[in-house]
Design a protein around this ligand. Structure first.
Ligand code: PMV
Length: 310
C-alpha cells in the first residue's frame, strides 16, 4: 500500500511554472493505493476499473516502467475531491509509486516517489512545475521552486519547509468544472510570449507577494495574508484565469468576513480559497453553500515547519 495527500496552493501558481516560488500546503486527505501482482497493468478508482482509453492507465504504465516494476493491479481509494485543483492527480501518482515500491519490497525514497509522480503528471500536462507532486510527496507547508527541487535532497526539502505560526482556516468553494491545467498553463505562456516585459513585471509582483505571504504564515498574520492572496488573484485574473463563477465565490467569501480570496490551482474554474478568521469560517462556508457552491474546509495546524492540513 501507499498513501499521499492533496494540496492547496496558497499563492504563486502559474508563476511557479516559470521558475518562481509557490507557497503550498499539503492536505492530509488524499489517496491510498493498493498494489497486487498481475499479468497486465490495471487501475481502479474506488472500485471502478478504468479502460485502456483512460490516460491514468497510460500514466500508470509509464510510472511502472520507470520504476522497473512488473505489471500490477492498482486499486485506489480516493478520500478527496478530484479534478478541482486540489492535487488529486499527483496524490494518486505518489500513492501508486509508493505502493509499487512496497509490492517489490523496496520502500521508495521520497525523492524517487516525487520523480515518478512527475512522469505521471507529464501525461496530463506538458510542463508541470512539480508543485503538486512535491506537496503530495512531502506534505506540510512549503515554498516550492522547480529549480531547487530538480535535486530534492533532504537539505533542499528541509529548507523549503515553512512554519505555520497559528492555525490557518481555509474555506474552499468549487467554482465550476476546472479547465485543463495544460490549457491554462499554455494561456499564460502565450501572454508571456506576446508581452515579455508586462509578464516579467507581473511575475516579479507575484514573487513579492509569495515572499510576504510566507512571512505572514509564519507569524500568523492572517489578515495581511488574506490581503496578499487577494492581490495575487488580481494578477491571475489579469492573465485571464478567472471566471464569473470564481468572482462570485470570492465576493461572497469576502462579504462574509474572509480576510482574502483567490482562485487556487490552474483556474478557469476549479476551487476558490478564502482565508478566514476562525470565527467567520462557518459563516463563509454557509454563504458559499447558499450561493450554490459545493464547499470544503481545511485547517492548517500550527507547526514549527512541518504541517499537514486536515
Ligand atoms: O493542476 P492544478 O490546478 O493543481 O494547478 C497546478 C498549478 C499550476 O501552477 C497552474 C501548474 C503547475 O504545473 O505548477
Amino acid at each position: 500500500m501507499g498513501t499521499a495527500g492533496g494540496k492547496i496552493i496558497l499563492c504563486g501558481e502559474h508563476a511557479v511554472v516559470h521558475g518562481g516560488d509557490a507557497l503550498v500546503v499539503g492536505l492530509e486527505r488524499g489517496v491510498t493505493a493498493t498494489a497486487t501482482a498481475s499479468t497486465e497493468w490495471r487501475l481502479s478508482i474506488d472500485g471502478k476499473a478504468l479502460t485502456n482509453a483512460d490516460a491514468s492507465l497510460e500514466a500508470l504504465t509509464r510510472v511502472g516502467r520507470h520504476l522497473g516494476s512488473n505489471p500490477a493491479t492498482l486499486d485506489l481509494q480516493v478520500r478527496m475531491p478530484l479534478g478541482v485543483g486540489l492535487g488529486g492527480s499527483a496524490a494518486m501518482a505518489v500513492a501508486v509509486a509508493r505502493a509499487l515500491g512496497e509490492l517489490h519490497g523496496n520502500p521508495l525514497p521520497d525523492a524517487d516517489a516525487f520523480a515518478a509522480a512527475q512522469i505521471w503528471e507529464r501525461v496530463f500536462h506538458g510542463n508541470p512545475s512539480g508543485v503538486d507532486a512535491a506537496a503530495a510527496t512531502y506534505g506540510g507547508c512549503m515554498l516550492y521552486n522547480r529549480e531547487r527541487f530538480a535535486n530534492p535532497t533532504p537539505d533542499v526539502v528541509a529548507s523549503a519547509r515553512v512554519g505555520v505560526g497559528t492555525a490557518l482556516h481555509i474555506a474552499l468553494a468549487v467554482a465550476g468544472p476546472p479547465s485543463l491545467t495544460k490549457t491554462m498553463v499554455e494561456r499564460v505562456a502565450e501572454r508571456k510570449s506576446l508581452d515579455p516585459r508586462a509578464f516579467s513585471d507581473q511575475f516579479d509582483a507575484i514573487q513579492r507577494i509569495v515572499a510576504c505571504a510566507r512571512v505572514c504564515v509564519e507569524s500568523g498574520d492572517h489578515r495581511k495574508l488574506g490581503a496578499l492572496l487577494t492581490q495575487n488573484h488580481e494578477h491571475l485574473a489579469a492573465w485571464d484565469l478567472s471566471t464569473p463563477e470564481i468572482e462570485r465565490a470570492r465576493k461572497l467569501a469576502l462579504a462574509h468576513g474572509a480576510f482574502g480570496a483567490k482562485l487556487t490551482g490552474a483556474g478557469g474554474g476549479g476551487c476558490v480559497l478564502a482565508v478566514c478568521p476562525e470565527t467567520a469560517l462557518d459563516d463563509v462556508l454557509a454563504a458559499l453553500e447558499a450561493g450554490g457552491f459545493a464547499t470544503l474546509s481545511a485547517v492548517v495546524p500550527p507547526s514549527p515547519a512541518d504541517s499537514r492540513a486536515h
